[in-house]
Write a new protein. Structure first.
Lengths: 281, 796
């Protein structure tokens, strides 16, 4: 009978002990590393920021200002400081050069955890050329036959970038307007859906490419003016990140990251640039 | 001297002749059904045995002084049989009477356990299908739900009638129905098990270190024996409740042939009963299509499933004589689920104006099992019994989901997003099996069991997205040979050792694997026993866990191929102590299980479109350990039990969670259960309570963006630690009341009322996340709320 009492007492105590708080135990301590370094440029594109909750509609981009961020190269450390106006970490001293072939390490300490990553600076894009430096696009007005004119311009009025890529390395192209504000298409110009879709099929920011050319239809650009086209040689970690942008809500894919113990990316790029212009007839 | 020796030699046979062999068969008095695993004891001695699968028993060397046998079987009134005057050479037939019949016969001495028998052997339990109707249920009398009330078997999985036994998963639990392997044991989202209680006469559960005759699974065994059917008189049962109707008939064709058929079908697709509406309302939350808020600022969507199921069993039996029995058994159980739904909502944005979200999901799941078995069993002599079985089964699961999401700005009519997606998942497993088993009673000290089998298994799996992206395709086929031998050795009155060895040759990986099995029981006193068990167990067809963050798991079966899915194995160590008298059982068992080559499939690490499917499989190891406590009151007007399990399951996969240990999905530290039953005349009242601490799940920890080189931002989800969060604790109280009465002299009736989840606890099943919308749409999929039901059954 004593045995029975002991067992019953034990079960009662176990039940009481087992009562738990009815909340989930979710704690997000992770942070995001968003760090780019460019060959032959200053280090000013390193951000450390917080993740945000599922119930928040947009990224509040909250930087972690007190993070300790250190770049390292060849055994030498380069501590970075937080720049409040830009929300980035920058190197304010002398002696930090980013050159092709360098291998950089990054260490970020924040919220009692340290994240690390390494990247190598790729070789600068070689042999970059452009077929023409200037293309004339006539004024677009609602006249008879203008649709055919637009189609003809889209097909034939193109800047073509070429560069050396015998090994099918990864490249990434960014086209930016540096001067000018006049649009090619007036605001009220009625563009048929099919033509609009053609024009918009071009992006001023390319996907990662393994080709050795890139075509830029003049009528797809923002407007008349001066442009630069930068062809960056990029590392695989950037390609992985770009490819993963289509996360499928049915089976979430772990976003790729070359950062250990945190999220995001640390990568280096090396680019070459050409200039061109779109002028009005 | 020489003559003295000869005289002694002459006396030895006489000593043997002073002892007898008692053999016979134990049957149900009501219909003549043979009763397997019934206990037969020579009163006043420790001599005894249990009946075999067909109810036969043999006890050797019974002293002439013995006068009575005590025969007991779970759910039946125990009986004493006087040996005097019986024709022992011919064999005796012992008829037991179900406890519920309440007839006034003087042979009744006591009942064995009324519903649960938990001290037959190490980690072995059986439940009475005769008495299960007295337990509370959501509508159907349910064998597997009843097993989930036992210690060491998780009782907090409403979505699965499958058994999570001591850290094992349902696929690691071998389920046999008349020798057929059953792969899917669920109906209705897992709320009900797929077996019609009316057609089952015996249920044996082995929670670990199971005998050598069982193989191919690493956790546990549920061995279901279907009824044979009466050879003497027509009988049947019929019942109806708010969810389904069932019927069972046993038809004696002649003195040698009998036919049995049982069927169930839900009518929820035809008639939306109150119970069905209760289920729907609980899943929906309210009527307008958008549910309440279950987490801070997270809008919760609805799911309104439409479903029905059916199953039927049949058995044709041929008994040419008392020694032979031929049976042809079939089973078919299928479910059809439609979880299609639509959604629409307006999201207010301060800067850009409102946006309208509209879409729908067409989602259908069909699954089931079909099986047939042909068995010939023969009692060749009092000492030798054989069983030959040929069986084939097919499991299939078909899942089809098509979703559409359109986001527009109503003020401009602009379409911001138009998304269409499809998922197509098919899985089938086909088994063909031939098995031969032999039991040979060498002496009262040695009972040899041996057998051989060959099983051929074919598995197909297709997982296709958007009609073009093949996530995974598999066409597999393999066979395996198995042979076993074991000896139940009883060297003394107090000590029983069951030692066996099983060998398996698996063709696909060309492996020869040996599985030693040992279990022992030592009776310290008449009431106190020490128990221990050890076994190595291998599994060749595995249900692979499909880690799905947004929708919960959708698992599938694959054969071990040595690469993606390896042959898994588990080593069981078990020790326990029990105290049992006529009225009470107190039992404590501890277990430790080493699990190797566990498999998991995860799309979390998929890269791009051209990924290598082999990289999505992960292999790891685990450890399950725990201790179980059971206190059971076996007899009297009040019966029931209290159980508590303290357990943990930790897995380590080098490729998952940074190689760090993580809790398995079914890890549960505490589980507490109470089952109470009280008889008052023709009334029977019962209640069951289950409490389980929160289970783990992988919760998206947050969202983040990464700005690209051009300033464009990509959004990602921080998936967080694997199984790093815990659902709230699960608890539930069910109650029921039954009243028995006679409709006529031949027709007995039972009317019952039950309430499932009496205090309407909102237990959470899982969360579903839709990241196509901002803020993220979180759907809290809940288990059933309060669900009353009425049932009416007749037996004739």
């Amino acid at each position: 009978m004593h045995l029975k009492k002991h067992i019953v007492s034990f079960l009662t105590i176990s039940l009481l002990v087992s009562c738990e708080s009815e909340t989930t135990e979710q704690v997000s301590e992770n942070f995001v590393v968003e760090a780019y370094i460019s060959a032959n440029e200053t280090v000013d594109q390193i951000r450390i920021k917080e993740t945000f909750g599922l119930d928040i509609p947009e990224d509040p981009n909250t930087p972690i200002a007190d993070a300790q961020v250190v770049l390292s190269k060849d055994g030498e450390d380069f501590p970075l400081n937080f720049n409040e106006p830009t929300g980035t970490f920058v190197f304010e001293g002398d002696g930090l050069q980013v050159e092709s072939g360098d291998i950089f390490g990054l260490s970020v300490t924040a919220r009692d955890r340290t994240a690390t990553a390494t990247t190598s600076v790729p070789q600068t894009t070689q042999g970059l050329t452009i077929n023409v430096n200037s293309i004339v696009v006539p004024e677009i007005t609602a006249t008879f036959g203008i649709q055919e004119t637009i189609r003809d311009l889209f097909d034939n009025a193109r800047f073509i970038l070429n560069w050396d890529n015998p090994d099918n390395d990864n490249y990434f192209i960014v086209v930016e307007r540096t001067f000018g504000s006049l649009p090619i298409f007036p605001a009220d110009f009625p563009i048929p859906e099919e033509t609009l879709a053609l024009i918009q099929s071009f992006s001023t920011v390319s996907r990662p490419l393994t080709t050795d050319f890139y075509e830029i239809p003049a009528v797809s650009l923002d407007g008349y003016g001066n442009y630069t086209a930068t062809v960056y040689r990029i590392n695989q970690e950037y390609v992985d990140l770009f490819d993963s942008q289509n996360q499928d809500s049915r089976d979430l894919v772990e976003a790729p990251s070359n950062v250990d113990n945190a999220l995001g990316i640390f990568t280096a790029i090396a680019g070459a640039r050409v200039e061109f212009e779109v002028v009005r007839d | 001297m020489k003559y003295s020796f000869l005289a002694l030699m002459a006396l030895i046979p006489m000593l043997f002749y002073a002892q007898r062999t008692v053999t016979g068969v134990v049957r149900d008095k009501d219909g003549g059904e043979s009763l397997p695993y019934a206990s037969v004891i020579v009163k006043g001695t420790t001599l005894g045995t249990t009946t075999n699968l067909d109810g036969f028993f043999t006890i050797l060397n019974v002293p002439e002084s013995a006068t009575n046998l005590t025969v007991s079987y779970i759910g039946y009134l125990a009986k004493e049989i006087a040996l005097e005057g019986l024709d022992l050479e011919k064999g005796i037939t012992i008829l037991l009477e179900a406890d519920a019949n309440q007839l006034d016969e003087v042979v009744v001495s006591s009942t064995k356990s009324k519903i649960l028998s938990a001290n037959t052997g190490i980690s072995q339990a059986s439940i009475s299908t005769k008495q299960l109707g007295l337990l509370p249920s959501v509508g159907e009398v349910d064998i597997f739900r009843s097993l989930q009330l036992l210690p060491g078997v998780s009782g907090t999985n409403e979505n699965s009638s499958g058994l999570f036994v001591r850290g094992g998963t349902p696929d690691q639990n071998l389920v046999l129905l008349d020798g057929m392997t059953v792969y899917k044991v669920d109906h209705f989202f897992g709320f009900f098990s797929a077996f019609n209680n009316s057609a089952i006469k015996d249920v044996q559960l082995y929670k670990g270190a199971f005998p050598a005759k069982y193989g191919g699974r690493t956790s546990s065994v549920v061995d279901l024996t279907g009824k044979t059917g009466s050879f003497e008189e027509f009988g049947g049962e019929a019942g109806v409740n708010f969810l389904s109707a069932n019927a069972f008939f046993e038809i004696p064709i002649s003195k040698k042939f009998s036919f049995l058929v049982a069927g169930r079908r839900s009518y929820t697709d035809i008639l939306k009963s109150n119970v069905f509406n209760s289920i729907s309302d609980n899943l929906i939350g309210n009527d307008n299509g958008v549910g309440g808020v279950n987490a801070a600022n997270l809008q919760v969507n609805q799911v309104q499933p439409d479903f029905y199921f059916f199953d039927w069993n049949s058995k044709l039996s041929f008994r040419p004589n008392e020694r032979d029995l031929f049976t042809l058994s079939t089973y078919n159980g299928q479910d059809f689920l439609d979880e299609s739904r639509g959604f629409g909502r307006t999201i207010e944005r301060e800067l850009d104006g409102n946006i309208l979200v509209d879409g729908d999901v067409l989602e259908k799941t069909d699954y089931g099992n079909i099986g047939v078995s042909l068995k010939w069993s023969r009692q060749w002599s009092p000492r030798v019994y054989t069983n030959f079985l040929a069986a084939g089964t097919e499991y299939f699961s078909e899942y089809d989901r098509r979703s559409r999401l359109e986001i527009t700005a109503p003020e401009t009519g602009e379409t911001l997003l138009d998304f269409n997606g499809t998922t197509f998942e098919d899985n089938s497993v086909q088994d063909l099996k031939a098995r031969f088993d032999l039991e040979w009673l060498l002496s009262n000290q040695h009972k040899i069991s041996t057998g051989v089998s060959y099983t051929r298994t074919k598995v197909d799996y297709d997982n296709i997205r958007d009609e073009t992206t093949v996530i995974l395709e598999r066409r597999q086929e393999s066979g395996y040979y198995a042979a076993y031998v074991s000896d139940t050795w009883t060297p003394s009155d107090r000590f029983t050792l069951d030692i066996g060895l099983r060998a398996t040759q698996y063709e696909l990986t060309d492996e020869l694997l040996f599985s030693p099995r040992v279990s022992l029981k030592y009776n310290v006193t008449d009431k106190v026993s020490l128990k221990a068990g050890y076994g190595i167990h291998y599994q060749f067809v595995n249900r692979v866990i499909n880690d799905n963050i947004t929708e919960g798991a959708r698992d599938f079966w694959l054969l071990s191929d040595g690469q993606d899915v390896k042959v898994s194995n588990a080593t069981h160590y078990i020790a326990g102590i029990s105290y049992e008298d006529n009225g009470w059982l107190f039992d404590v068992e501890g277990y430790y299980k080493e699990l190797e080559n566990l498999s998991e499939f995860s799309l979390r690490f998929r890269r791009g479109v051209d990924f290598d499917a082999n990289e999505l499989f992960f292999t790891g190891d685990g450890v399950a350990k725990g201790v179980e406590f059971l206190a059971q009151k076996k007899q009297g007007d009040y019966t029931g039990w209290v159980s508590y399990t303290l357990g943990s399951i930790r897995n380590t996969f080098p490729g998952l969670n940074n190689g760090e240990e993580f809790p398995a999905l079914h890890d549960q530290l505490h589980e507490f259960k109470m089952v109470h039953g009280y008889e008052l005349g023709d009334w029977n009242f019962s209640a069951s309570f289950v409490y389980g601490s929160g289970r783990p799940f992988s919760e998206p920890a947050g969202i983040y963006t990464v700005e690209l080189l051009n300033g464009e931002s990509l959004g990602f989800v921080d998936i967080g630690t694997k199984n790093g969060s815990r659902l709230p604790a699960y608890h539930r109280l069910d109650v029921s009341a039954h009243y028995k009465f006679d409709l006529s002299q031949k027709i007995k009736a039972d009317i019952g009322a039950s309430i499932f989840n009496l205090y309407n606890r909102n237990n959470i099943w899982y969360f579903e996340y839709d990241f196509n919308q901002t803020p993220v749409l979180v759907t809290a999929i809940e288990y059933l709320g309060i669900t009353p039901n009425l049932s009416f059954n007749i037996k004739f």
